[in-house]
Design a protein around this ligand. Structure first.
Ligand SMILES: [Zn+2]
Length: 352
């Protein structure tokens, strides 16, 4: 073995990985998702998990200063993140500050506002959930090209990856865990991805023995992933949310009175009309998907679209505009806003 020891081998505590493994196991039920919420200086390339069989090692690392669950300098094998997908006109992904322990999240607040509406569209509201994703340093051995690539970043659905790995890592009788991420005693992971889009699944997870321990060079190549997570400030997030506005149909009064019943019909009418009136953007394959934001539900890459997303395909998302300012204006459409997408503008004008 190399004379020079990697920083990981020098500094990793004996129980770090075991602790992290147990921690990860214990929180495996939460849900999660991904995109470009990494900083621009992220040095490693992303590995794309194609529809095929895969063989890889997860390379542990020492947490940086921003790991949400692990103390700086402690060994870990992943970073859990919570991400809002399909936000704003660019349909980008952003870390949820609230779920990441960084403070208030305007997207979560927006969702909460939506829920206050009577007769809200559940699927629509659900689409704003922060999804749980997991990010790993990995060495992939599928092809020579993969091997030559060295350490890469794998950003995966927690539901499809970590949960499945943990399922085979735990001895149900003793409760002990296989130290699969350990650089010396760890295991190579094999599994297959089947299906695409929402029907994607990862199957056949199994551990196999490694030919040799993870090299010091490889350990040194692994990055403290948490140091490359991009957090936007509250204001920046509000900015990217752009024209997301809740249509408060009868602002002041309806809150006091119970005029909800009036809204029901109007909303339904709108909903069913969506597919016809609004020509969906070219990208859509589902007939009734409205404006851009919704398209996140049909992201082609399941890596970013876990099975937990099942069932969220078609939706007519009617009311997505939130008039942050002066709801008293009733439904005075803000057509003046430069940020208002055409689809939305059109929608705003729809007859009540
Ligand atoms: Zn959030």
């Amino acid at each position: 073995m190399a004379v020079k020891k990697s920083r990981f081998r020098q500094e990793a505590g004996a129980d770090d990985l075991t602790n992290r493994t147990e921690q990860s196991y214990n929180t495996r039920e939460a849900s999660g998702k991904y995109n470009d919420y990494f900083t621009d200086d992220m040095p490693l390339s992303k590995w794309v998990c194609t529809e095929a069989g895969h063989i890889l090692d997860v390379i542990p690392f020492l947490a940086g200063d921003n790991h949400p669950n692990v103390a700086p300098g402690k060994a870990t094998h992943n970073v859990d993140v919570f991400v809002h997908f399909g936000i704003g006109v660019t349909e980008s992904a952003y870390l949820c500050p609230a779920r990441m322990g960084k403070g208030k999240c305007p997207i979560c607040e927006f969702q909460a506002e939506l829920k206050k509406q009577k007769n809200y569209d559940e699927e629509y509201v659900k689409s704003f959930n922060a999804k749980r994703r997991v990010v790993y340093n990995v060495c992939v051995y599928d092809t020579h090209k993969d091997e030559d690539a060295g350490v890469m970043i794998w950003e995966a659905s927690h539901h499809l990856s970590e949960k499945n790995i943990m399922a085979i890592a735990r001895n149900n009788r003793t409760g002990a865990f296989v130290k699969w991420a350990d650089p010396d005693d760890g295991k190579t992971i094999e599994f297959a991805r089947v299906g695409k889009g929402k029907s994607t699944n990862y199957e056949g997870f199994k551990f196999t023995d490694r030919d040799e321990p993870i090299s010091d060079e490889t350990l040194d190549d692994a990055i403290a992933i948490d140091d490359y997570l991009k957090y936007l400030t509250y204001e920046e997030l509000v900015d990217v949310m752009g024209n997301m506005e809740i249509e408060k149909e009868e602002p002041l009064k309806e809150e006091a009175e119970d005029q909800a019943t009036e809204r029901t019909p109007s909303r339904q009418g709108r909903t069913s009309r969506v597919p016809k009136d609004d020509a969906p953007p070219a990208t859509s394959t589902t007939q009734e998907d409205p404006p851009q934001r919704r398209s996140r539900h049909q992201e082609p890459d399941p890596e970013t679209n876990a099975t937990e997303e099942k069932g969220v395909d078609t939706e007519a998302l009617p009311t997505r505009r939130l008039r942050r300012s002066a709801p008293e204006t009733k439904e005075e459409p803000k057509t003046d806003s430069a940020e208002t997408g055409t689809t939305l503008t059109r929608r705003q004008r729809r007859p009540r």
